[in-house]
Every structure is written in structure tokens, then in C-alpha cells.
Design a binder for this molecule. Structure first.
Ligand code: ADP
Ligand code: MG
Ligand code: MG
Length: 880
């Protein structure tokens, strides 16, 4: 039998998501539940993959299957494509496995042409409706399929509205719309050099191809990379019988959630517009009414909708996001999916569903996106500062959080400002998918149009970025970069400060002080459940007592990486460090190091105290020494003067430290091989600090000393011997003794390859995956930015190997090191301390290969805790 590329809605179900896409699978599921879903069929994701494999062509085999499904649906609904007695119209909708809101475009009213539009007018006795549908179709088809910009059509529409004195599109009459249709067709002809396609079968196949093509558009590529969605998945296409929300005042369209996507509160939350179609609600063209209004204006439909919402939530056991249309008083369901929500809402819903008995704690832990927690860990406004703040406008509280930043009116400029390190508020009339990167970097988003389900609102909630939408108190003029406060006439321009409260919708003048997040309540509940499930320990990378304290608040169980060099840069320390570097002999060097010793010791004491009894891994000096010296002549001259050296002398030192590839130069353990005094001093600082804190607090502190950049067991042994000898000396001096560990980082491929040898000396391994990644790939993290975008564009890489562990290559080295290391030393303690330690997919990998802990930056600790629990859940599912 031929491969099946097309499924009717009554041939699929929710379990077929990979094949039918999320939208298609759920349309099939709702059909199966007997809900009112307009009939149709889904062209599979495999057809999309095949389209690309065939060189961007739809094979005859697939076309044939599409036509045959079409014929089935036509006879089921009793209408026919192109018929002037009973014309059949469809929507063509994309739908990938993972929902990608706004990424791919839907075409409505397909099947209309110069003849069928007249038939529709006659059959419905509603000429206005027929031509309204036709003008929408021409515009969508031209834009999505043929690449004629939407703006060109909007211009015609706006001009017509103006000419006829209409404020809203619903004020246009049938005759106005006919004129618009003619103008649209003329525009199409002028742009494409041929008439608008009249054959519905041609329209359909062209539309299907356009959906397949859109899988590869730049917006989709960016979105996929941000959300770890592989290119290989492809998108499905849904072809569905049209129902019409634009048939008059007894018709409409809307979207609703079973619970609040902002707070998680259990109540129907949504918006609708009467006499409207498709994206009108989310496009912010007219301002929609809250769903509760429907209870008054159309109680029967409302009651039915409430019932369906309840069925769907119980069926999917999760909060649902639904799209519906009312055609002449009859309700149709057009979509359902697990609703996107803010992090706070996600926790609330998960905790509520557990207490409602709908899901288990495990399921609750599994349903929260670890990355989304980030939003909860960030500051809110300081209550006092907020009280004194001046509210200059109020809009819709579309995505909670607090943000203060400088105003930018253009997504690209916002992105540039963000990359310069500025706090950015992106102000737009409304946002569109093109703005995604600017929205991603913004601290807050402000729009003057659109509702709670507008593009800006949906995307901001997903990003965890604070957003105020539909702010009608202001006018945003993007072209002249001006916000006008309508009441007062005051204006703000690019670069001015503004503060947004996404939880109340209030816009404040200037920059308002923010305070750290509250970590109790639902957050603590879910984290507690996650902690009970996970096996991996979670440590943090922290270099100061303050960072350590933050991490402990977030649940860190130790420090996996304390970088000692960060302390060296301190203003009152760097002179001693520089003295050490320019020292001409061991004696001078020892003298300079003696100055650094008490400072390091105090730092370590502070960190031990902040961490209590939790383990602390301290890494010895790692960076090349040139980083501590100036490089410009005038700076060298200045420093020479303060150090009592001649310019030439210091310049010679600086030049002497120059390396053609510092990342692979004189750094890490190599420094201690050349200058054993450094390791001696650092050991002394670590042991003495531990001794003193032990004496002061009675805590059983077991220091962990980590030797960086080891590639050969003999260099590790050389440095370790210095550590052991120095520690012994300190113990004798102080007349005490306690346990401490010496281990190494695995960050040079040779260390992974010879891990069995390394483990004879190392008591623990910590994977330094930043260096390990750069040395395995042979490109540096700092330079990769220059060409990685080409690699993404050409599909050589799908994600940044410095953000997610490359499990195939780097991961193989890690697995090898785990296996070889444990062969030598079965109780070898294993962790990771690269950036990857806070990336959920990398955490899962670390769980799988049997590490003992991950270590990440303080703000990512909760993310890692949750991801570690999810790794266990995933693993047990896979094992079944
Ligand atoms: P998106 O994935 O961007 O939400 P959809 O495919 O869901 O795109 O389509 C957007 C909107 O178009 C839907 O919410 C619905 O209002 C409208 N729509 C889609 N298909 C139909 C249809 N068969 N009849 C009426 N309206 C439809
Ligand atoms: Mg859309
Ligand atoms: Mg939709």
C-alpha cells in the first residue's frame, strides 16, 4: 500500500502529534470526542519532510491523496470546490509538533473566486459577507503564498475606509468591499504580472506548498533555535471546512483559556469579537470584549462553550487554550491546545491540578518548563518606590513582571541597545513575528493596540518578559520615535526611561527601583516535589559570599566552581597581583603572594560561611597572566610609575606575556608548574580559611581543591604534590588535621581520553564544558559568534554548542571520561561546572551519563533542580 500522507479528522487522535502536528492531532481528538469541529483533513509532517527531500516539490502521490481526502470531505459536507451552486471553502492552517504561535500563517476562505463569491453572496443572502471574505482571502493568499506584502493591501483598505468615512472595517458596505476587491486584484496583477488565481484546486496546492515553505522562513528558524525545536520535525498542514464569524452580528470569533494564563486562577479567560474572522481578535484591529460579555449577549452559546471547555480540560488534564467561531449563533471549535502561560501561572495551575486530583505530583513537576522559572527569580518593583512612582498610562496587564528601561521603537534598534548592555523597553503600536529578537532582549514590551491575546502578549508571556498591551492612554509613533501621553500631551522619545508593571498594566515615568523575587508559595511547593524526585545534586558557580548566598536561597547544595581569579581583579588587590607577575625571581614573587594570601583567605572564609556545611570546590588560578596587565602604552606608563618600574621594563613584561593563542597558552595548571609559589599560596589560603571557619563555627568543612586545564596525569601530580606538601605544612603549624580533596577539571580532550590515568591522582572530576567544547570543536566561544549564524542558516548547526552540550561529540568524551575514571576509582565524584550545567537538555544528559551533580550560575539553580527531576521522570518513562 502507498504511504499515507493525508488523514481525515476522524482518522487521527491526540497521540499522533508527531505525524499530524499539535493542531491536527487535537482537531482529530476533538472530532473523536464528538465536539463541533468543522470537518477536514491533515497533511502530515512526513509530507513536509518529503517536500524538502524532493527539492521543494509536492509529489503527485501526495497531491492525489489530498484530492481524494478533499472529495471525501466535500461529499460529507455536501459542497464542492468551485461550484456555483454550493461552493466549498476551506482554511489552510499550519501546525507543527510543538506549537509555534505566529510563526506560520493561516489562509482563510480559500476556494473563493470571481464566480464563487457571487454564489456565496446569493446563498447567504449577504453580499457584504461574501466580499468581506473575498478581500480577506485575496490579501492572505497574496501575502502568505505569493509574497505580496500585507502592508500594500492595508494601504488600500485604509484609504477606502477614509474615503467612505468608516472608522472600523465593519462599517464598510458591500459596495465598498467590492471596490476593495477590485483594487486588490489590480494590485496583485501589477505585482505578479498575472491575474489572481481562480482555480480552487490550484489555490489549495499553492497554499499547502506555502505552509511547507514557511517552515523554513527566517522567523521560524529563529523561533526554533530559541526553543530547541529541530528542523527535521517539519510542519503538518490542516485543511478545514470554513465556518464564518463574519456573517453579521450573530456571528463572531474568539479565543479563551480554561484558566488565567497570567495568574493560573481557575476561571474562563478570553476575548471575542462579533462579526469578525480569524486573526481579527489577536491582530488588535478592533478591541475585543472579554468572554464574560458573551454570557449576557449569547447565553446559550456561552453555556455550551463553558461545557466544552470543561470537557477539554478534564480530557487533556491541563489548562486549555481554545479558539472558536460562532456562525449565525452556532458554536464551532477550531483549536485546542495546552495553553501557554506565565511561570507563575504554570506553578499555580500545576499545584491546583494536583489538589483537584487531576494529576500526580510527578506530572505536575513534568509539566513545568524549567527555563520559564527564570521569570520568577527576577525582581519586582520595590513597593515603596512604586508608591511614589507616577503612573502616566494604563494598559492591559498582558505579562507580569517589573521592568525599567530605555524606550526603543524598533526591534532591531532595541536589540542593538540590549547588546550594548542597556535595559530596553520596546514600544510598538503592535508587534509582529519580525520583532521577535527585539522582544527577546527587551526587559519590557509596551503596545498601544491589541488585547490580552495579541501577538505581543502571547510571546511576552512565553519569554517571561513583562508586557503591557493595548495601552490606549498613549499614542506610539514608531516613525518619529515618539510616545504621546494623550491626556497631558506630554511626549517621550527614544532613550527616555520608563517603567512597566506587567501585573497591573501601569506605565510609570522614569526608572523605578526593583527588589528580588519571592520564592515561597507555589514555587517552594513545586521545588520541594522536584527535590524529592531528582537524583542529581545541584551546586552553583559562585565567586563571592553574596553570590553564594543568592544561590543558597535558590536551593544550591554546594559550590561546584569558585573561580579564584575573579577576586584578583579587585581594585585593592590587583597591585599585589601585578607585583607577582613582574617579580624577577621566586623570592620577589613569594613576597607579592604573601600580600595576596590574607585577602584570598578572607574571601574563602566568607564563602565557607555563606555555604554553611555545604561542599565548596575552589579552582586554582586559571587565566593567562596578561589579563591582569594593561596593554595600551599610556596605561603601561602609568602603571610603571606607580610600581616604580621603568616603562621599558614593564612593557617588556607585557610583551613577554603576549601569546598568539592565549586560550591555549600559559594558563591553568601550567601556571603552577612554572610558578609553584602560586599553588602554595592558594593551598595555604584554602586550608587556613577552612581551619579558621571550622574553629569559629564547628562546621565540618572539607575543602575541595580543583586543578584546572589538566591534560596529562603527571602535570596534575606535580601540582597535587605541591598542594599536599603545603597542606601538611599548614597542618603541622596549626597542630590540626582534617580531610580535603584534590581533583581536576576535565576540559581538555586529552584529559577525557586518559581519564583512567588522571583518576589515579584526582579524587573528583568536574567537566569544564566551556573549554571542553571549544577545544573539541577547535573554535573559541568568543570568536564563534562571527560564524555560528552562517552555520545555523546553512543548517550545519541547529543550536549553540556553548549553550547545549553537544551530546554526540563532546558528550562522547564525557561518557568516556566517566567510564574510564570510575574504572580506576569507583567512588570518583563527578560533576559539571560549565555553562551547560544550567541548561535543561544538558542537565538531562548529565543525569543519563551518571554524574553526581551539576553546577550552574545562581539564577539557574532552580532550573537545574527542576530539570534534574524531569530527567528522572523521563528516564523512568523511557525504561517502561
Ligand atoms: P495560528 O496557529 O496562528 O493560531 P490558526 O490556524 O489557528 O493559526 O488560524 C488562525 C485563526 O483562523 C483561528 O483562530 C480561527 O479564528 C481562524 N480559522 C482557522 N480555520 C478556520 C475555519 N476553518 N473556519 C473559520 N475560521 C478559521
Ligand atoms: Mg497566526
Ligand atoms: Mg490558532
Amino acid at each position: 500500500m502507498a504511504h499515507k500522507y493525508v488523514y481525515l479528522f476522524d482518522e487521527g487522535n491526540a497521540g499522533m502529534r508527531n505525524l499530524l502536528g499539535g493542531k491536527g492531532a487535537n482537531l482529530a481528538e476533538m472530532t473523536g470526542l464528538g465536539l463541533p469541529v468543522p470537518y477536514g483533513f491533515t497533511i502530515t509532517t512526513e509530507a513536509c519532510t518529503r517536500y524538502y527531500d524532493d527539492g521543494k516539490m509536492i509529489s503527485d502521490e501526495i497531491v492525489h491523496q489530498i484530492y481524494s481526502a478533499l472529495a471525501t470531505v466535500e461529499s460529507a459536507v455536501g459542497k464542492k470546490f468551485g461550484s456555483v451552486e454550493n461552493p466549498y471553502l476551506v482554511s489552510v492552517r499550519s501546525g507543527a509538533r510543538a506549537s509555534m504561535p505566529g510563526m506560520m500563517d493561516t489562509i482563510l476562505n480559500l476556494g473563493l473566486n470571481d464566480d464563487t463569491v457571487l454564489a456565496m453572496a446569493r446563498l447567504t443572502n449577504n453580499e457584504r459577507f461574501a466580499f468581506d471574505s473575498y478581500r480577506r482571502f485575496i490579501q492572505m493568499f497574496s501575502d502568505v503564498v505569493m509574497g505580496v506584502e500585507k502592508a500594500k493591501f492595508d494601504k488600500i483598505l485604509d484609504a477606502a475606509k477614509k474615503a467612505h468615512g468608516c472608522e472600523k472595517d465593519t462599517d464598510l458596505t458591500a459596495d465598498d468591499l467590492k471596490e476593495i476587491v477590485s483594487a486588490y486584484k489590480a494590485l496583485y496583477l501589477a505585482q505578479k504580472g498575472e491575474a489572481f488565481p481562480q482555480n480552487p484546486h490550484v489555490q489549495l496546492i499553492e497554499a499547502v506548498k506555502a505552509v511547507f515553505r514557511s517552515w523554513d522562513n527566517p522567523r521560524a528558524i529563529v523561533y526554533r533555535r530559541m526553543n530547541d525545536i529541530p528542523y527535521s520535525w517539519g510542519t503538518a498542514v490542516n485543511v478545514q471546512s470554513m465556518v464564518f464569524g463574519n456573517m453579521g452580528d450573530d456571528s463572531g470569533t474568539g479565543v479563551a483559556f480554561t484558566r488565567s494564563p497570567s495568574t493560573g486562577e481557575k476561571s474562563l479567560f478570553g476575548e471575542f469579537l462579533m462579526n469578525a474572522q480569524g486573526e481579527d481578535v489577536v491582530a488588535g484591529i478592533r478591541t475585543p470584549s472579554p468572554i464574560s460579555v458573551l454570557a449576557d449577549t449569547n447565553p446559550e452559546v456561552y453555556a455550551q462553550f463553558v461545557r466544552i471547555a470543561d470537557i477539554l480540560e478534564k480530557h487533556y488534564r491541563d489548562m486549555q487554550d481554545m479558539e472558536f467561531t460562532i456562525e449565525k449563533g452556532k458554536l464551532y471549535m477550531l483549536q485546542t491546545r495546552n495553553g501557554k502561560r506565565t511561570a507563575a501561572a504554570a506553578l499555580q495551575v500545576a499545584v491546583d491540578l494536583v489538589s483537584e486530583g487531576m494529576i500526580t505530583r510527578q506530572e505536575a513537576v513534568a509539566m513545568i518548563d524549567p527555563k520559564s522559572l527564570d521569570a520568577l527569580l527576577h525582581p519586582t518593583f520595590d513597593a515603596k518606590a512604586l508608591k511614589e512612582g507616577k503612573v502616566i498610562a494604563t494598559g492591559l496587564p498582558a505579562s507580569p513582571g517589573a521592568a525599567a528601561g530605555r524606550i526603543y521603537f524598533d526591534a532591531t534598534e532595541a536589540m542593538e541597545a540590549g547588546e550594548r548592555g542597556e535595559a530596553v523597553i520596546l514600544a510598538r503600536k503592535e508587534t509582529s513575528p519580525e520583532d521577535i529578537e527585539g522582544m527577546n532582549i527587551a526587559k519590557g514590551i509596551l503596545t498601544s493596540f491589541g488585547g490580552m491575546t495579541s501577538h505581543a502578549a502571547v510571546v511576552a508571556r512565553q519569554l517571561g518578559t513583562c508586557c503591557i498591551s493595548g495601552c490606549k492612554d498613549i499614542n506610539i509613533d514608531e516613525a518619529s520615535k515618539l510616545i504621546t501621553i494623550l491626556k497631558s500631551g506630554e511626549t517621550l522619545t527614544e532613550g527616555d526611561w520608563l517603567s512597566l508593571d506587567g501585573s497591573t498594566g501601569k506605565v510609570y515615568e522614569g526608572a523605578i527601583k526593583t527588589v528580588p523575587a519571592e520564592l515561597s508559595g507555589n514555587f517552594a511547593t513545586i521545588m520541594g516535589w522536584a527535590d524529592a524526585i531528582r537524583r542529581l545534586k545541584v551546586r552553583t558557580n559562585a565567586d563571592s559570599p553574596a553570590q553564594a548566598a543568592t544561590a543558597v536561597r535558590f536551593g544550591a547544595e554546594g559550590i561546584g566552581l569558585c573561580r579564584t581569579e575573579h577576586m584578583f581583579f579587585d581594585e585593592d588587590r590587583i597591585p599585589a597581583v601585578r607585583e607577582m607577575i613582574v617579580a624577577k625571581n621566586a623570592e620577589e614573587r613569594a613576597k607579592a603572594l604573601a600580600k595576596i594570601l590574607p585577602m584570598q583567605k578572607e574571601d574563602f572564609k566568607g564563602i565557607y560561611k555563606a555555604m554553611g556545611a555545604r561542599p565548596v570546590t575552589i579552582r586554582f588560578l586559571d587565566p593567562p597572566l596578561h589579563e591582569f596587565l594593561p596593554h595600551k602604552d599610556e596605561e603601561i606608563a602609568d602603571l610603571a610609575k606607580t610600581m616604580g618600574l621603568s616603562f621599558e621594563e614593564l612593557k617588556a613584561t607585557v610583551d613577554g606575556l603576549k601569546e598568539s593563542n592565549p586560550m591555549m597558552g600559559h594558563r591553568g595548571c601550567r601556571l603552577s608548574v612554572t610558578y609553584p609559589e602560586i599553588a602554595e599560596m592558594q593551598t595555604r589560603a584554602v586550608i587556613e580559611a577552612a581551619a579558621e571557619v571550622r574553629a569559629e563555627t564547628g562546621l565540618d568543612i572539607i575543602p575541595e581543591i580543583m586543578i584546572p586545564l589538566v591534560g596529562e596525569v603527571k602535570e596534575l601530580k606535580y601540582v597535587k604534590d605541591i598542594v599536599l606538601a603545603t597542606a601538611k605544612k599548614v597542618f603541622v603549624e596549626k597542630g590540626l588535621k582534617f580531610k580535603f580533596l584534590v581533583g581536576t577539571m576535565i576540559e581538555i580532550p586529552r584529559a577525557a581520553l586518559t581519564a583512567d590515568e588522571i583518576a589515579t591522582e584526582a579524587e573528583f572530576f568536574s567537566f569544564g564544558t566551556n573549554d571542553l567544547t571549544q577545544m573539541t570543536f577547535g573554535f573559541s566561544r568568543d570568536d564563534a559568534g562571527k560564524f555560528l549564524s552562517d552555520y545555523y542558516a546553512k543548517k550545519i548547526f541547529e543550536s549553540d554548542p556553548f549553550a547545549r552540550v553537544d551530546q554526540i561529540g563532546v558528550g562522547k568524551l564525557m561518557q568516556m571520561a566517566v567510564k574510564l575514571g570510575r574504572e580506576t576509582r569507583p567512588d570518583l565524584h563527578l560533576g559539571i561546572c560549565g555553562e551547560h550545567g544550567g541548561d535543561p537538555s544538558s542537565v538531562e544528559f548529565c543525569h543519563r551519563i551518571g554524574l553526581d551533580y551539576v553546577s550552574c550560575s545562581p539564577y539557574r539553580v532552580p532550573i537545574a533542580r527542576l530539570a534534574a527531576a524531569q530527567a528522572v521522570i523521563k528516564g523512568s518513562k523511557a525504561g517502561k
